[in-house]
Design a protein around this ligand. Structure first.
Ligand SMILES: [Zn+2]
Length: 505
């Protein structure tokens, strides 16, 4: 017996009553919704229910399962009619059994309210005067109190010829992984949830900081200090309860990323971290998972789609060489205007919906470069590199990341014994402007700005261990990870940077 059943013939309520029997159940509550002969002043002759079967089934099961968990039910079922019904017939039957009556009543009420609000079933009333009307649609357009109905929720996009009910069902059946719930991830996640993408996995390890709030619109002041995934799930659940949401707050590594990708139809790279960006790219190529990546720099950004069926360029085809000067900056160091992140997160959502709906127009092999100061936008065609380590040679992840994962890239000098400290050559990778105004007087060191170090790795002695320092340990970690990916296993980053060294944290 299914928890939620759609039935196109009369409901045998006695048979369903039998199923509520459970020895631990001290109370059963049953609700029967019936077709009545009048509605809003008009004489009703009969009713017709139409459902999006697959989606209705899934939503119904979800609601019952939630009720069982929430109220500690022994049993819980709902049966909903479809097709034509006469006056007096049972249109919907809800039955629950629980240890006590309070839970039974509350759960029964909860189930029927949520089924009415969230399951995509439409009601057409036929009146004695010969007219007929789709009741829920009309009502939803007029009354905000029933705006939760799926039909009304997606009405403005379903009426697009490229979407329609079929497209809406495609979105409901889609599974999207969004890595990063920050400036890009916030709008992308909200638009995907609002559009009715059926399953969304949110991956982020951070807690909300006050400096995030100017661009990370999923969060508010009260959320500072709390886990981003938890808050994101709360916000998205409130936005659209029909979406199945999963949070991942483990770090993504070469060991777990492929498994995670395999469970999704599409991945959005909403991170601002070069090391993760490469990992996502490599996993997308090796698992043939489409990937939509965006990145930001101050007032501009870029958007790229990796579609395995199109055999276009991957990130590694473009950035085998060191990133161009300036691109190592992230929001923390380079700065960004909040809505610039918003625009690119929204563009990722647009491209994602187009992709899931199978639009013929897509970014394809082009990279979009968009400068929001001048509003100059360019599409640059990217070319796959036959020699690319991942898309050209399918180098497995464990080979690509063997060096990077062999030893932690971060160390804290203060916690090391003296003989180990001496082994490190200290490198301050900050820019000249920073080192002039705030020199690292505490340690004997050399100054090699990040870009210079990336472009001249031959200065690195393979027999030597290097410990990189920057302001807060962010740039140095990314740089160390990049250098390790390129074979320099002897590079480390000071955890917390100079700030950490000085405060002893
Ligand atoms: Zn490639």
């Amino acid at each position: 017996m299914m928890l939620f059943t759609l039935k196109d013939s009369p409901i045998d309520t006695l048979a369903f009553n039998q199923m509520l029997q459970a020895d631990a159940a001290g109370a059963c509550a049953i609700f029967e919704g019936r077709v009545r002969n009048r509605n809003e002043g008009r004489d009703v002759e009969r009713l017709e229910y139409e459902a999006w079967n697959k989606m209705a089934q899934r939503e119904g099961v979800r609601i019952i399962a939630q009720a069982v968990k929430r109220f500690g039910l022994e049993r819980g079922f709902c049966v909903h009619r479809t097709g034509m019904l006469a006056v007096g017939e049972v249109a919907v039957w809800v039955g629950v059994s629980a240890p006590h009556r309070d839970e039974a009543f509350a759960a029964c009420r909860y189930i029927i309210d949520r089924v009415k609000a969230e399951v995509p079933i439409w009601k057409k009333e036929y009146y004695t005067d010969g007219e007929a009307e789709w009741v829920n649609c009309h009502r939803c357009a007029v009354h905000t109190d029933s705006a939760d109905s799926s039909a009304a929720r997606y009405a403005r996009q379903v009426c697009l010829p490229e979407v329609g009910t079929e497209g809406q069902q495609r979105l409901a059946d889609s599974r999207v992984l969004v890595v990063g719930a920050g400036g890009l991830g916030s709008p992308a996640l909200m638009y995907l949830a609002a559009a009715g993408v059926g399953h969304i996995t949110v991956c982020d390890r951070d807690t909300v900081e006050v400096s995030n709030l100017h661009r990370q619109i999923l969060f508010d002041t009260q959320g500072v200090g709390k886990k981003k995934t938890r808050l994101a799930l709360q916000r998205l659940e409130a936005l659209n309860p029909a979406v199945e949401l999963v949070a991942v707050d483990q770090p993504l590594t070469a060991a777990n990323v492929e498994k995670l990708f395999a469970r999704h139809d599409l991945v959005l790279d909403c991170t601002d971290n070069f090391a993760i960006r490469f990992l996502l790219n490599d996993a997308a190529v090796l698992t043939s998972t489409p990937l939509i990546a965006a990145s930001l720099y101050q007032y501009e950004g870029q958007l790229q789609l990796y579609d395995p069926s199109d055999k276009g360029a991957c990130l590694r085809c473009l950035w085998r060489e060191p990133p161009a000067p300036g691109l190592l900056g992230n929001c923390a160091t380079a700065g960004v205007l909040g809505p610039v992140a918003g625009v690119f997160g929204a563009l990722q959502a647009v491209e994602a919906l187009k992709f899931l709906l199978g639009f013929p127009e897509s970014l394809g092999r082009n990279m979009l470069l968009f400068d929001l100061r001048s509003y100059r936008a360019r599409l640059v065609e990217t070319r796959p590199d036959a020699d690319c380590l991942v898309c050209g040679h399918a180098t497995p992840l464990h080979t690509l990341y063997a060096d990077a994962s062999s030893e932690s890239v971060e160390v804290d000098l203060a916690t090391l014994p003296a003989h180990q400290r001496k082994e490190f050559t200290i490198v301050d990778i900050r820019e000249r402007l920073e080192t002039d105004s705030d020199p690292l007087n505490e340690l004997i060191h050399v100054n090699i700005p990040a870009e210079m170090l990336l472009n001249a790795t031959d200065v690195l002695d393979t027999g030597q261990r290097y410990l990189l320092f920057c302001g807060i340990g962010y740039r140095s970690r990314i740089l160390a990870e990049l250098l390790r990916q390129r074979g320099h296993g002897n590079i480390y980053s000071q955890r917390g940077g100079i700030a950490g060294l000085r405060t002893g944290t």
